[in-house]
Design a binder for this molecule. Structure first.
Ligand SMILES: Nc1nc2c(c(=O)[nH]1)N[C@H]1C(S)=C(S)[C@@H](COP(=O)(O)OP(=O)(O)OC[C@H]3O[C@@H](n4cnc5c(N)ncnc54)[C@H](O)[C@@H]3O)O[C@H]1N2
Ligand code: MOO
Ligand SMILES: [Mg+2]
Length: 640
């Protein structure tokens, strides 16, 4: 679980003009992509004891759940530098080790560090640290201690920090007692741990140590081992709100409209007055209004669409159904008398009554509702909500692995044996199209060091790591042993009875990180994403399954094959297809050419996967007629 951070900028100048604050924005970027910390509060106060103490005390209260409070500024020698003096009386237990670590690191950079007077310690269950005011100073101090903070904060929170100890030791390359080295059992299979990373090819396993699980078992394992996200407060303007699941029931606290509003531009009248010539005694425009004197019988008011209908009027006549009779002769010419032509005007005509669009107290969304479109975001805004509580969506890191891969951006063409990396762009655009934040982790070499470095980076920055390549039986297929041996990961399955995508691997690390190690073959990687990774991402962020399927995911429907398809005898197959409605309004599927797993061209024009059974399961070599399909795109247009 990430820790909430509160950042308090202490500066007279910045409190008067926040645009002068450079440290706040700088540290915000520092925390932006951190999976461990979330910058949840940021405020600026002047260099005054009372203001500093008020904010720090409120942030350190249990209700705020801020685990790390950082102040920036006011730690020097000038008369106004009083941050340590303001903070010290609030500290219940001092943490001199943190102060020492920051000072010794700073002294390596500048002798002026002796003029910094930081304090650090515990207030209730929060850790407070006073950082220098300059962006670089603050950052350098923070970097000196950041690696150990999760451990300290977990202890403060009363958590068992042994797991963290282990994780840290592992990242630092230590041997951790209890790391898996012997045969171990998983829910559906037992396997010997993958081969040693450094063992010679002559000693590699000649059979996969992973039993081949069925699609159904694979989905069950994903459902059981996918971690759950946490609740965050989201701005409604946050792009990630679309598709997010609400963690609160939203009730309208206002009436929409809050006042009787005109539906048209015209004149507010009393319906019982009928047609005739009336004086225009008031004007009601769609704007904030302070007074509304009201109309007497026989008077009318000019009004615009959306403006409040004055008391005394009970309907509005459109300007098209009126005539101007006379004007005033003041400095600004105004309407004086207007003839109402409309007959049979009914009470309430052209008026939106109070609460007629939405009544105060109406439940708009129940907890667990997934926001589906921008209009729903508008609905939240229409009742004055600028933030909602929702389940945080995971961030996803994408890593390609393979010594043969070349980034097209490098230019200079391919050398013999090289191929362009197509999985990374394919996966990044697919992941983003489903509304998840993606991190491009580049290409890792097929060696221990390259994989360790890139996987560490991915696990540091993202909740989900999706890799492609290096999961089958080749001597350079090192991902599975890397996950198990270097990261203490649990591989829940490492082979699935399916085509393409057989070596698809699902692993978790600790209780909050997920790795999907997809096959390198480009069609296999993209198919496996849609079938396994997407449902896991959805479950992680709180989307419920539909009651028919085990996991949330893409819509499934019945389609008719345009041509008969050949079945793989051993494995159920997911062929890429273009699904559309024919002239008889039937959903039909055309397979998109060659389906070999290396052929990413099979995705050209595809908007779905047709699910074909294994030949041996149905006792057939070919299939025709109706089959099940999974849609991943819109059924629009014909392929050209
Ligand atoms: N002896 C066996 N060999 C293989 C088996 C098996 O069961 N026994 N399984 C085959 C199946 S099925 C698949 S799928 C592949 C999976 O291979 P890996 O996941 O180990 O991937 P690599 O070996 O690294 O690469 C396979 C293939 O894909 C190309 N590739 C990889 N990454 C990319 C990328 N980012 N962009 C474009 N192309 C990529 C790579 O060059 C290879 O051609 O293993 C079979 N072998
Ligand atoms: O499972 Mo592999 O993906 O057939 O090529
Ligand atoms: Mg391979």
């Amino acid at each position: 679980m990430p820790f909430n951070v509160g950042l308090l900028i202490v500066s007279d100048a910045c409190s008067k003009d926040p645009s002068l604050d450079q440290t706040g924005p700088y540290l915000q970027t520092f925390f932006r992509d951190s999976p461990t910390f979330i910058l949840s509060k940021r405020e600026i106060v002047s260099d005054t004891t009372a203001e500093i103490q008020k904010t720090v005390s409120s942030w350190a209260s249990e209700a705020e759940n801020i685990k790390l409070i950082l102040t920036c500024g006011g730690t020097g020698f000038t008369q106004r530098d009083i941050t340590p003096e303001a903070v010290r009386p609030l500290i219940q237990r001092h943490a001199p080790g943190i102060v020492h670590a920051m000072l010794s690191e700073s002294l390596k950079k500048t002798p002026f560090a002796i003029m910094s007077r930081p304090v650090a310690g515990v207030i209730n269950k929060s850790l407070i640290i006073t950082l220098p005011g300059s962006p670089t100073g603050a950052r350098e101090n923070l970097e000196a201690i950041i690696a150990t903070l999760p451990h300290a904060l977990a202890q403060l929170d009363g958590k068992d920090s042994r797991a963290l100890h282990k994780k840290m030791a592992r990242t630092m390359g230590d041997v951790v007692p209890g790391d898996a080295k012997s045969p171990h059992t998983h829910a559906t299979h037992t396997h010997l741990i993958t081969h040693e990373l450094s063992s010679p090819v002559t000693q590699r396993a000649r059979k996969s140590p992973f039993s081949m699980v069925s699609m159904n078992d694979a989905l069950h394992l994903i459902s059981s081992y996918t971690p759950k996200s946490r609740i965050v407060e989201m701005d409604i303007t946050n792009r990630e709100l679309l598709g997010s699941v609400l963690a609160e029931t939203v009730v309208s606290s206002v009436n929409v409209p809050e006042f009787p509003a005109s539906i048209v531009d015209g004149y507010a009248v009393s319906s019982s007055d009928g047609p005739g010539i009336y004086p225009v005694v008031a004007v009601s425009l769609a704007q904030k209004q302070t007074e509304n004197s009201g109309l007497q019988p026989g008077q009318i008011a000019r009004i615009t669409t959306g403006a409040p209908v004055p008391p005394g009027a009970d309907s509005v006549v459109m300007v098209e159904e009126t005539e101007l009779i006379s004007t005033t002769h003041d400095t600004i010419e105004e309407e004086n008398q207007v003839k109402i032509l409309a007959m049979n005007v009914k009470p309430g005509e052209n008026i939106r009554e109070v609460g007629s669009d939405l009544k105060k107290g109406t439940v708009i969304f129940k907890e667990g509702y997934q926001i589906k479109n921008g209009g729903e975001v508008g609905l939240l805004a229409s009742i004055g909500r600028s933030k909602v509580r929702a389940w945080r969506k995971p961030t996803v890191g994408i890593l390609s692995t393979g010594d043969e891969l070349k980034d097209p951006d490098e230019g200079s063409g391919l050398q013999y044996g090289q191929v362009y990396d197509s999985n990374r762009p394919a996966l990044i655009s697919t992941v983003e199209s489903f509304g998840y934040r993606c991190l491009d982790l580049g290409i890792a070499h097929d060696d221990e060091e390259g994989l360790f470095h890139s996987v560490s980076k991915g696990l540091d920055l993202a909740d989900y790591l999706i890799t492609s390549g290096g999961v089958s039986m080749g001597e350079k297929d090192l991902l599975k042993p890397t996950i198990e041996r270097k990261f203490g990961g649990k591989i829940h399955f490492g082979r699935v009875r399916m085509k393409p995508g057989k070596p698809t691997t699902f692993a978790t690390i600790g209780d909050d990180k997920v790795i999907f190690a997809l096959p390198g073959n480009p069609a296999s990687a993209s198919v496996a994403f849609h079938l396994f990774v997407l449902p896991s991402l959805l479950q992680y962020q709180g989307v419920h399954a539909d009651g028919v399927n085990l996991l949330p995911g893409l819509p499934r429907l019945k389609v008719r094959l345009v041509k008969e398809a050949k079945l793989d005898d051993q494995r159920p197959e997911y062929q890429r297809a273009y699904i559309y409605q024919n002239e008889k309004m039937e959903l039909v599927a055309e397979i998109t050419g060659g389906q070999r797993s290396s052929r990413i061209g099979s995705f050209r024009g595809a908007n779905g996967l047709v699910c074909l059974p294994a030949g041996s399961d149905v006792g057939k070599a070919v299939i025709q007629g109706e089959v099940e399909a999974i849609m991943f795109g819109q059924p629009i247009g014909r392929v050209v």
